[in-house]
Ligand binder design. Sequence first.
Ligand code: BEZ
Length: 219
Amino acid sequence: MPGLTIGDTIPDLEAETTQGKIKLHQFCSDSWTILFSHPGDFTPVCTTELGKMAEYAKEFNQRGVKLLGLSCDDIQSHNEWIKDIEAFTPGCKVSYPIMSDPRKEIIKKLNMVDPDEKDSSGSNLPSRALHIVGPDLKVKLSFLYPATTGRNMDEVLRVVESLQKASKFKIATPANWNPGDPCVIQPSVTDQQAKDMFSQGFETKDLPSGKNYLRFTKV
Ligand code: BEZ
């Protein structure tokens, strides 16, 4: 995935959205942001995804995370489409802005282009890309799904929780971790430092190597 990736600062783009013009740095600074793109308006999987995002918006807001969608079609089309999204997912309100990108410049700058999907004129469409951006405007995590695979918003919420915990404590989250499960202590932390950092204690797994690197704690 060439272009914008983990650790990069997002570009300071200007964009038209369903809630007016935004400057990306101003929009994203001082909070976490999920930037997520869709192949196009009035397409089936996208309609389900935007409804699910709207349903989960409260969960993201409670964690200090803003949502910002993108589909290349124009704002008038987005506003018409929102009526379908809200009708398909009853009770949901698309309260987050959706960018438009009629010249398909933003999707290139944000590394959201799907190399396989083309519109009727042969130009590239966005993939189901999703970047989680930290308050420092750097990309912390990226997903890139093809048009045929809808995203799982429980997974998006799970990785937000992992990223936010790892930004507060010197921990990482193991395979299949879910919020509330024990975390592992980062390898750079010595046992003495771990004793000072984690007053609740930690458990070191006995392994055949005899190396004490698999240490679990709850944070
Ligand atoms: C969809 O959103 O349903 C979709 C868009 C492009 C290709 C396949 C599916």
